[in-house]
Structure formats: C-alpha cells, structure tokens
Design a protein around this ligand. Structure first.
Ligand SMILES: *Cc1c(COP(=O)(O)O)cnc(C)c1O
Length: 351
C-alpha cells in the first residue's frame, strides 16, 4: 500500500441489484414499479423550460415539502425531503446516531444499514429475526445508540404490527428510532401519526417504489419539528442543494394525481395476492408480504440454481448469498403479463 493510501477512508460499498439492459427482459430484481409514473409527470417533463436550470433550486425543497405536508396533513416543519430515501437515511444516520453506543437493526434487513454504519463509524449490533422472519420487539428494549428497521421489512416483506413499533419507540426515549417505510403504500400501516406523540421518531418514505419514480430520486421523512430541524442542519452542512429543480417539479406532479397512484398500487397488491396463490400451488413457501415483492423458497429447488436458470431466460430476480437466506429469492411484483411468463417458466422448471 502506498503511504497516502493509509489515510484513505476505506469502505466496503453497498452492492445494488444489477441493472441489466435487454429489450426482452423481465426485471424483477430491484423492486421497481412495473407501471410508468403518473401521466402528469410526463407532461411536466415535456413542458419544462430549460432556462430555469440556470438558477439554483430552493435549498429547502419548499414546493415539495409543502405539497407533502398538505398531502399527509402535517406541518411543513414536520417534513424533510432528500435525494431518494437512501440520502434521507444516510443523513439521518449521520445526524442521530452519535452516542458511540451500538445502534440496533435486524440481521436480515436492508443491506445498506451496516454500510452507512461502517462509513460513519457507528457501532452496531444485529438482532436476529425469529424463525418466521419476524422482528422480535424485545430485542430492541435494551440499551442502544439508536434503532432502525424497515416496516414492512426487506427483503422478507413482513410487516410488524404498529402496536409493537410503538412499544419500541416508547421504550427508547433516549435515542432516535427510524422506521424505513419504503414499501408502506402496498398495504402496511404507517407509523406516521406517532410523530405527534413521540419526539424520537423519524419515519422515512420514498417515491421510488409506490410512485414508480426510482429514477427520479425522491425520498422524504416525517418527524417532530425538532428532529426535522436537526436533520436539516446536517443537510445544510453537507450539501445545500440536494434536490434539483426537475425532481421538485416532477415530484409535485406525481403527488397531484391521487387517482393514478391509488389505481397502480391497487393493481400491484392485487397481482401480489394472485402470485401468493399461484406460487403456493407450485410448492413455494414464503412469509406473508405487504410489499411489492415476495421472498420465496422451495423445498426441492436450490435458490441459486433457479436464480441462474431464470437469468438465462432474461428473468431477473434477486438472490442474496447470505446466512439464513441463501435458499431464498426475492421476486418483485411486475405486471400480470410478466408474472404469467414467470409462472409458466416455473411450471416447467425441473419437470
Ligand atoms: C428501496 C429501498 C430504499 C431506498 O429507496 P430510494 O430509492 O433511495 O428512495 C430504502 N430502504 C429500503 C428498505 C428499500 O427497499
């Protein structure tokens, strides 16, 4: 190693799901939405005046903050907006997990948490899910430096009852509890209302999955005005202009089309419920999912082999070579047509 390299911050980066590019592919590996964003967003893009790009955007992303506050019946001081929820979560790690005590999150969960913890030198302790892949609330009622978990959890899809979440929040008044609700719009119950009751709660959501805008990078968070102020202070100390002008405008357009939003999320939930039946009939096993994906295993198939076989047909799903879950595949819910193609492959697999 060269001497200058000894002074480099070394990290093992998060590995995102692959982004293959085949015209005929069925992409079910990164939980993107199979439907296009709301039609109003397209119109907004068409009518956008490039002249506006000369000017910096509003540092507080006020237009989108106000619109989100209106949509969720909150005060604008209770809303934070960032470049996808990954940006919001990274800022939150940097802002709230400063005690030097280990933060807690599940052993099987979003694999970015340990990466941010390592990047920011935050100690952490993983808490094992139970055999049914449920988070055990008791594990989060001990001394810690902060708590984060997705609800529903990823990649399991399992939702934790709101009463259990509230117990974790109320049992941890000395630290911030972050609930990552990336998939909440697919049938889960949000902890959002609890921000009025608990100052130590931050709820994070995103446009990436339920609003079909992973490519736009819009995430947001709810919390009491104090917690949002702390988050903004760190953000302004890092990069004032995180949200670009097109994202702000297009995000606004997406939020305005409630009918389209309801229609597409219902379609996905409907397809998901159908897939639960079909996959169960084919012998697959899975925990009940309240998300836009299913986390499945099959007693007779090796998950990695099936993953490779699907890939050969340009059907991409997600495989994690990790303890406890290396016999599982995470399959994003696509269109009904895409699911039918997947099912017909699975019906003939190893026959
Ligand atoms: C997808 C996902 C995110 C990140 O989404 P963004 O595209 O950055 O908004 C965060 N948490 C979980 C659990 C996710 O699955």
């Amino acid at each position: 190693m060269k001497s200058w390299e000894e002074n480099v911050r070394k990290v093992i980066p998060y590995t995102p799901g692959e982004q293959p590019d085949f015209p005929d592919m069925i992409k079910l590996n990164t939980n993107e939405n199979p439907y296009p964003p709301a039609p109003g967003t397209l119109e907004k893009i068409r009518n956008m005046n490039p002249e506006q790009l000369r000017l910096y955007p509003a540092p507080g992303a006020d237009s989108l903050v106000n619109a989100l506050a209106g949509y969720y019946h909150l005060k604008k001081e209770e809303v934070f907006v960032g470049v996808g929820s990954d940006d919001v979560l990274a800022m939150a790690f940097l802002t709230f997990f400063q005690s030097g005590k280990p933060i807690l999150f599940p052993d099987i969960t979003y694999s970015f948490y340990d990466v941010w913890a390592d990047l920011f030198r935050i100690p952490y302790e993983c808490q094992p899910l139970d055999e049914q892949f449920c988070i055990r609330k008791e594990d989060y009622l001990k001394e810690n430096g902060g708590i984060i978990f997705p609800n529903p959890n990823a990649p399991t899809g399992v939702e934790m009852p709101l009463a259990d979440i509230e117990e974790i929040i109320s049992g941890n008044p000395d630290v911030v509890v972050i609930v990552d609700e990336a998939y909440i719009d697919f049938g889960g119950t949000s902890a959002r209302e609890l921000i009025h009751k608990y100052e130590n709660l931050l709820v994070v959501q995103t446009f990436s999955k339920s609003r079909s805008m992973a490519g736009m990078r819009i995430g947001y968070a709810f919390g009491c005005p104090r917690i949002i102020k702390y988050l903004n202070d760190v953000k302004y100390s890092f990069n004032s202009y995180t949200m670009n002008r097109p994202s702000l405008e297009i995000g606004l357009a997406a939020l305005e089309d409630e009918e389209y939003f309801q229609e597409t999320r219902q379609k996905i939930m409907h397809t998901r419920e159908r897939m639960k039946k079909e996959l169960a009939e084919l012998g697959f096993r899975f925990a009940d999912s309240k998300t836009n994906f299913l986390f499945v295993t099959h007693p007779e198939y090796d998950a990695k082999e099936l993953f490779e076989a699907l890939k050969e047909k340009h059907i991409f799903v997600r495989y994690f070579k990790k303890p406890r879950i290396d016999q599982y595949l995470r399959i994003t819910i696509g269109t009904d047509e895409e699911m039918d193609t997947l099912l017909s492959f699975l019906r003939s697999y190893k026959k």
